[in-house]
Design a protein around this ligand. Structure first.
Ligand code: GTP
Length: 342
């Protein structure tokens, strides 16, 4: 065991060194089974006649505001947002239940045009397969206008799809609204959108309108999820996402894209929980950035994550976050699988 890796142990504020953490996985089969069991055991709600339910994918180039929009629609935090592109690497489901409809949202990773690593190829494949399975697709672009990368995403849409709604996001940044009509006309030349809705995900403007347009595409069906469910992800997954989010937020532009979180130990009792997690970075040189001077950055990431995860679990929490280098992890198929990127 070489003493290379730095760990911040939050409760004692002790900075230690250690090496190999366990090979943790983010989402395990039995987590999915637990969620299924929970759903099956929940009392079936009485369903009004004509109730609609279906899957909705939100797509768009990185940074257009997909996560912000989903979070706004759902009203609960389900996927991370940050100023940096490509933070939504995992498919995350969020559920909105209204009196007469249930929307099951599928967030997709930012579409990548630079095909260099297996990770990016997998992300694109995931986008394509998601789009063929859903009832409605929301394509998000910025209301400032079309960019070449937006068109790359249009090319991913199923040919002749009649269920694509265009959301023109960030209308709060527009100086005047007179540019919107020409932009809508221009948009119809690019794809036969079923509807176009200008929105501001950040300010919550026109989000109800967007839901109304989506609802038209949901088939009549009983709800798939208990109305209290807002995500199908396990606490273990949400904890890993929380740590990743804090890292992105705290490190801002310093943090390289190659970063993932594994949960190596998860122990829960009635009133307390113990979690050991590892932040995996791609290069040796990235490690000191994440750790910070005297462990300050990592300690802060851990402290913030601990507050949120403890609130989520409703328990006292002992959280340890380690940093480990896995060189070239984003190009390694086996590593990807172990991190949940199938
Ligand atoms: N002004 C303004 N900013 C917004 C709005 N929606 C999102 N943003 C900002 O745009 C940035 C990107 O938002 P995200 O929701 O992370 O974008 P994304 O499309 O999910 O990005 P990826 O995860 O990289 O695919 C963040 O800084 C958001 O705060 C909006 O309506 N108005």
């Amino acid at each position: 065991m070489t003493k290379e890796e730095l760990q911040t142990e939050v409760e004692t504020e002790e900075v230690l060194t250690a090496e190999d953490g366990a090979e943790g996985v983010v989402l395990r089969e039995d987590d999915a089974f637990e969620a299924m069991l929970k759903n099956a055991m929940s009392t079936a709600p009485s369903v009004p006649e004509g109730f609609r339910c279906g899957y909705v994918a939100v797509v768009g180039r990185p940074n257009v505001g997909k996560s912000t929009l989903i979070n706004r629609l759902i009203g609960e935090k389900v996927s991370i947002t940050s100023k940096k592109p490509q933070t939504t690497r995992d498919r995350v489901l969020g559920v909105v239940t209204e009196e007469d409809a249930q929307y099951v949202f599928v967030d997709t990773p930012g579409f990548q045009t630079k095909v260099g690593s297996q990770l990016i190829r997998r992300m694109n494949r995931q986008v394509r397969s998601t789009l063929n399975e859903v009832d409605a697709i929301v394509l998000v672009i910025e209301s400032g206008g079309w960019r070449p990368a937006d068109l790359e995403v249009v090319n991913l849409l199923p040919k002749d799809a009649k269920n694509v709604i265009l959301a023109l996001n960030k209308t709060d940044l527009l100086k005047g609204r007179d540019k919107l009509l020409p932009l809508m006309a221009e948009s119809m030349q690019k794809f036969p959108f079923a509807a176009i809705v200008p929105v501001s995900a950040e300010k919550g403007r026109q989000c109800d309108e967007l839901l109304k347009e989506i609802k038209a595409f949901l088939p009549e069906s009983v709800p798939f999820f208990d109305p209290d469910t807002y995500t199908d992800r396990s606490p273990r997954f949400l904890a890993a996402e929380t740590i990743r989010e804090k890292a992105f937020r705290l490190l801002g532009d310093e943090l390289p894209y190659g970063c993932a979180v594994t949960i190596d130990r998860w122990k829960e009792e009635d009133e307390a929980a113990e979690i050991i997690a590892t932040l995996i970075v791609e290069r040796e040189s990235h490690k000191p950035i994440v750790i910070g001077e005297g462990g300050a950055k990592l300690r802060e990431i851990s402290r913030l994550a601990r507050t949120d995860i403890a609130a989520m679990l409703g328990k006292r929490l002992h959280l340890e976050v380690w940093v480990r280098v896995r060189r070239g992890w984003s190009d390694d198929a086996r590593a990807l699988k172990s991190l949940g990127y199938d």
